[in-house]
Each structure stands twice: as structure tokens, then as C-alpha cells.
Design a protein. Structure first.
Length: 138
């Protein structure tokens, strides 16, 4: 015995326009990135009511070029053979070594006796105990 095909039923959907307010849309977002922006346009005047904007980059202002780069904090290693670590403490793995007299750029100070720095000229970044780094004498 063959199965009888079921007749398709037609679903009727009625769209009712309701006035929207910002309060009724609060908290609704279609963006994964909540900092994303969206531009809304009204079609009340039809397509003629829309205008195209130029997406060309804005010319660089001289104000941005006038900001001087902060002076780098260059120091030198005072220990004979110093371990550079992956974090501010001896519990972190050793990621490199620095030799006495080697120049380093201090990137930050943990406040716990450890400095995050960049070894020059190799550019390797890691942490070294502040007691093993000294300011360069002029």
C-alpha cells in the first residue's frame, strides 16, 4: 500500500506595523562585537533620500605627528649571566639569558621587584629581577 501524499497547507502571515521606540529596542543587538556601529537611514524620501558617503581615509593631521614619542628607558644588565623569565618571578620558565653590560629597554615595572624589558638589539621581551639591572652612568 502506497502512502498518500499530504496536501500542502498554506500559512497566512499578517505583518502589522507598530511604531518603534528606543526603549522597546534597548538590549537587542545582532552584533557579536558589542562595540560595533551601525548607520541607520530612512527610506521615507525613497532612494533619493539616501546619500553616499566617501569612505576614503581622512588626511593625516599634523596634530598626530606633533606628539613626541616618549623617551625610552634604556638600562644595562649588572649581573654576570642573568635569566630572563616569562613572568615576574622565579616560578616562571626561563625564556632567555642576558650578559653583564647588555643594553635593555624597560617596558614596565611590576612593582614587585621585577622589570618587563626588551633586550637590545635582539628585541627579545621578558622579565628580569630589578636588582640585576642598573641605570646607565653618563
Amino acid at each position: 500500500m502506497r502512502a498518500q501524499p499530504q496536501p500542502e497547507t498554506e500559512e497566512i502571515v499578517q505583518i502589522v506595523a507598530e511604531p518603534a521606540s528606543l526603549q522597546s529596542l534597548h538590549g537587542i543587538s545582532v552584533f557579536d562585537d558589542q562595540s560595533a556601529n551601525i548607520t541607520l537611514a530612512s527610506l521615507e524620501d525613497g532612494v533619493a533620500g539616501l546619500r553616499q558617503t566617501d569612505d576614503a581615509p581622512l588626511p593625516e593631521t599634523s596634530e598626530a605627528a606633533a606628539i613626541p614619542e616618549p623617551e625610552k628607558d634604556i638600562r644595562e644588565i649588572s649581573g654576570t649571566r642573568v635569566n630572563m623569565r616569562d613572568g615576574p618571578g622565579t616560578i616562571y620558565p626561563i625564556v632567555g639569558k642576558a650578559a653583564i653590560g647588555q643594553k635593555v629597554e624597560v617596558l614596565s615595572d611590576s612593582g614587585t621587584g621585577w622589570l618587563r624589558l626588551r633586550v637590545l638589539p635582539a628585541q627579545q621581551v621578558g622579565w628580569i629581577s630589578a636588582s640585576l639591572v642598573r641605570k646607565i652612568q653618563n
